[in-house]
Ligand binder design. Structure first.
Ligand SMILES: Nc1ncnc2c1ncn2[C@@H]1O[C@H](COP(=O)(O)OP(=O)(O)OP(=O)(O)O)[C@@H](O)[C@H]1O
Length: 396
């Protein structure tokens, strides 16, 4: 969290009561609020990501992020609710659905590696959430257990799980963080050490003239998440390396070689290994697609047939009849325009810096050009990044 991180930026916003700080990232802090939109109306807990305006280097990125996230309405994606400016105008804030059980990494640390059926439960949810995002044209680019949040299911039942309300089957997984992360533009490259763990080989190899398909890269990252859930370690790593840099370099060269093994002491079924091999395949052209993953025998255990077509149906429905958004596009744009106004400390304001952000905007513009030409949203990678770095139906 930055030094100027707010204690309670919404203290004078009507309807918002601060409960506690949930944590902080390179971009700002995330606070838990109780909110009541109208007197006598329903009360809900929400997670609020707060960004100091004078520290926000690129409002274009915020805008893209908000517009991508806002349109994603799915049981396995954290719901975006609203963008606002604090009453004193110093902070931009994003109100989101609150995931009350922390992230998958902390959960794994607490419980140790998952049994196969538990890993499958979470992996099914991740794949359905990811497939939905891809169908809506959003590539995540930053999938990792820290960005997969957990929330207790509304129908958590003790009898299914021997009284264990924290059992995986009582938790829903939700994809969070669609770009306002340190992989974006807001932290120095050094602070990104370690994040290479989830990066696909083609991402590491990419350069200004060497592009990669973000969909395939997301699938690779999802495969690493599955491996980590099963074995409580990453497939590419050198934990005995003397320094962080040596560890990162070793990890990168292992990823580029595409060589990995499963620990012999932790056997998994042949079906599970077959799926892992299909996903953690260094050649993106040979890597399983999401639909191939969904029809894999290991993946489909316990799934009602409707689960496999749910996203297509949902996306079609949402295209015809947009889901009820809390805030219209015009309202979001008005907040962004106000936040970006000169003199407010934004990119054009006093002290605004365009170095990294200007660079990234250029990259994003190339991305848009690709999309205009009708290509899939390819990510244009740069040395900048190389340095840095319920659907409910799935319940068994
Ligand atoms: N919707 C949410 N519900 C519950 N907790 C959340 C939510 N969003 C974020 N958090 C928690 O708030 C903390 C800070 O999140 P944030 O996304 O700002 O940082 P990060 O992911 O740790 O780092 P970075 O953004 O730099 O990658 C994390 O512990 C995260 O789990």
């Amino acid at each position: 969290m930055s030094n100027s991180a707010p204690v309670n930026p919404l203290s004078s916003a009507p309807g918002y009561t601060l409960i506690k700080t949930l944590g902080s990232g390179a971009f700002g802090s995330v606070l838990l609020y109780r909110r009541q939109l109208s007197p006598g109306g329903p009360v809900e807990e929400v997670a609020v990501k707060v960004i100091a305006r004078d520290e926000c280097a690129d409002f274009n990125l915020v805008s893209r992020e908000v517009h991508s996230h806002r349109q994603l309405v799915h049981p396995h994606v954290i719901r975006f609710k609203r963008l606002g400016l604090s009453p004193d105008k110093r902070f931009l804030y994003m109100v989101m659905e609150y995931a009350d059980r922390g992230d998958l990494l902390d959960y794994l640390r607490k419980r140790g590696r998952f049994r196969e059926h538990e890993a499958r439960w979470f992996f099914q949810q991740l794949v359905f959430g990811l497939d939905y995002c891809h169908q809506r044209g959003v590539v995540n680019r930053d999938l990792k257990p820290e960005n997969l949040l957990l929330k207790r299911t509304p129908d958590a039942r003790q009898e299914l799980t021997q009284g264990d309300l924290e059992h995986p089957f009582n938790l829903h997984l939700k994809i969070a963080d669609f770009g306002l992360s340190k992989e974006g533009v807001h932290s120095a490259p050094k602070s990104r050490v370690g994040t290479v763990t989830y990066m696909a080989p083609e991402v590491l190899r990419a350069g200004p003239s060497r592009r990669y398909d973000g969909h395939k890269a997301d699938i690779w990252s999802a495969g690493i998440v599955l491996y980590v859930m099963l074995f409580a370690r990453a497939p590419f790593d050198d934990p005995l390396a003397a320094t962080d840099k040596a560890r990162r370099d070793a990890t990168m060269s292992q990823i580029l070689r595409g060589e990995w093994t499963a620990p012999a002491s932790m056997p998994v079924t042949p079906e599970c290994m077959d799926l892992l091999r299909g996903i953690l395949c260094a050649d993106p052209a040979q890597r399983l697609s999401l639909s191939a993953i969904m029809s894999h025998p290991w993946f489909s255990v316990g799934l009602p047939p409707a689960a496999l077509t749910m996203n297509t149906v949902l996306v079609r429905q949402q295209t015809v009849t947009p889901p009820p958004y809390e805030q219209s596009v015009e309202e979001v744009n008005a907040v962004l325009a106000e936040a970006n106004r000169r003199g407010g400390g934004g990119p054009g304001g006093p002290g605004g810096e365009m170095s990294e952000s200007g660079f990234m905007t250029m990259i994003e513009d190339e991305l848009e050009e690709e999309q205009r030409r009708g290509n899939a949203p390819y990510m244009v990678e740069t040395t900048y990044q190389q340095q840095g770095h319920g659907h409910g139906a799935a319940r068994r």
